[in-house]
Ligand binder design. Structure first.
Ligand code: MV4
Length: 450
């Protein structure tokens, strides 16, 4: 049974194409929206229909709820897939979809609302016995109370915005003398970015690994986890490389983190694809930090090691189907590494490098997947993120995956724009990376000269 006959793809670039492909395989028609900056992009022709929703600026196109809803109404779709970014975690958008009788392909409005408040998500985790970093009980009222909590848990502490994201509204205080400044800076940055200055406090974990668990839930109370992704390789809160399994997670830890992820997903009465982010302390403890209520950029890493098509499954459960897998059906096989190929210049502080692509030769061969909307002659717009595509390799072992990734990066030819490919060549030959020794400070520590 088809979950829907026709859906609207409310996104652009590689994730729009990823959704169009999943729908085509499910026999679902797609209508894709596009802005003037994306007019003429090749992936639009792979949908059954396309609708221009306005100018390049996202707030007048991909972020404009009324434009998206209007496109859905005139194209007779039953559901909307928001992809990642843009409106994917906007509870108001999900609510408007429901009131217009359009199925939002994602979790419920309540899920997005509750888990989007990081202090609330943290309290829920605590309540059901999922480990959290020592910190404040919920939102902090004023600096006096904040300082009291900070003294209790001990410095260094991290002041975090409840609405935070992308590292914004977050400040470390190393000691009491810098605390007031950190508290106010986090609050005012959050007010500017999210119109919400509420903050909470956590003990600051130094050099953690970022390990996240993928979950999938249906509307009938079934929840499974699909193992972890290690996303420790980041630069300024932008993930650059992801892998699964994590070199730091053994079967026992995976089972414990997986159980924590399922406990939280059940407690939230969650539906759809979700990701539970944990910090992994060098001392072996793990702590829940937040839950993402969308399909993520790095989802293919989990698809490769589990063999499960997450986007298809997401569409099926949104259409009311039960999960097709039980926990005992999920087996982690081999090792997967993903490199985000961005149009950025790593030799110049990763500055965006938009422009027209000339020569474009994509690697292939055993174990290589490239998820991308880009081709020779495509012009990378300057308006959006600079992701050209995701180079994904899947082999039997981490060592072999590294070998295949090096080979694939060497085959890759992209002319006309700068890319992050040379940067990955350095990462993949770095002694610490090869040994699996990495934390969220790796790139700044070893790979940025300045
Ligand atoms: C932390 C932390 C250390 N201690 N929380 C960064 C963004 C947001 N998702 C949470 N983040 C962090 N929270 C405590 N209590 C360190 C980070 C952090 C980080 C986390 C994941 C990946 C990269 C990071 C880079 C810097 C800081």
């Amino acid at each position: 049974m088809k979950p829907f006959s026709r859906i609207l793809v409310a996104n652009r670039g590689e994730i729009a194409l990823r959704i169009i492909r999943a729908c085509r395989e499910l026999g679902i028609e797609t209508v894709v929206v596009y802005s003037e900056a994306d007019r003429g992009a090749g992936y639009l022709d792979l949908a059954d229909d396309k609708i221009c929703i306005g100018p390049a600026a996202s707030e007048h196109s991909y972020l404009d709820i009324s434009k998206i809803i209007a496109a859905a109404e005139i194209s007779n779709v039953e559901a909307i897939h928001p992809g990642y970014g843009f409106l994917s975690e906007n509870p108001q958008f999900a609510e408007i979809c429901q009131s217009c009788n359009l199925q939002f392909i994602g979790p419920t409005v309540e899920n997005i609302r509750q888990l989007g408040d990081k202090a609330a998500a943290r309290e829920l985790a605590k309540k059901v016995g999922v480990p959290v970093v020592p910190g404040s009980p919920g939102v902090i009222a004023d600096e006096q109370e904040a300082l009291g909590v900070a003294r209790e848990i001990g410095f260094p502490v991290l002041v975090k915005a409840v609405a935070g994201g992308g590292g914004r509204g977050m400040r470390v205080a190393r000691d009491e003398s810098s605390f007031g400044q950190a508290f106010h800076a986090a609050g005012s940055e959050a007010e500017l970015a999210f119109k919400n200055s509420d903050v909470y406090i956590e003990k600051y974990i130094e050099k953690p690994r970022h390990v996240e668990i993928q979950v999938m839930a249906d509307s009938y109370g079934s929840v499974i986890h699909l193992g972890e992704r290690d996303c420790s390789l980041q630069r300024r809160h932008q993930k650059l490389l992801e892998e699964s399994p994590s070199p730091a997670v053994d079967d026992d830890l995976r089972e414990r983190m997986g159980k924590s992820a399922i406990d939280l997903t059940l407690a939230a009465d969650y539906r759809g694809a979700g990701t539970i982010e944990f910090l992994l302390d060098p001392d072996g403890s793990y702590y829940f930090i937040e839950m993402n209520t969308r399909i993520q950029v790095e989802h293919p890493v989990t698809e490769m090691v589990t063999g499960i098509d997450l986007v298809q499954e997401q569409i099926r459960v949104a259409g009311g189907a039960p999960l097709r897998y039980r926990q005992e059906d999920v087996r982690i096989q081999g090792h997967c590494i993903e490199c985000r190929i961005n149009a950025e210049d790593p030799a110049n502080g990763f500055a965006p490098s938009p422009g027209r692509i000339g020569e474009f030769r994509v690697p292939g061969g055993m174990g290589v997947r490239f998820d991308s909307h880009v081709y020779s002659g495509y012009t990378v717009p300057s308006t959006y993120d600079s992701l050209l595509g995701k180079l994904i390799v899947h082999r039997e072992s981490r060592e072999e995956a590294i070998g295949t990734m090096r080979r694939a990066l060497d085959e890759f030819v992209i002319e006309g724009v700068h890319t992050t490919i040379p940067f990955y060549r350095e990462v993949l030959k770095h002694f610490h990376f090869v040994k699996g020794n990495l934390d969220t400070g790796f790139i700044e520590e070893y790979l940025i000269d300045s």
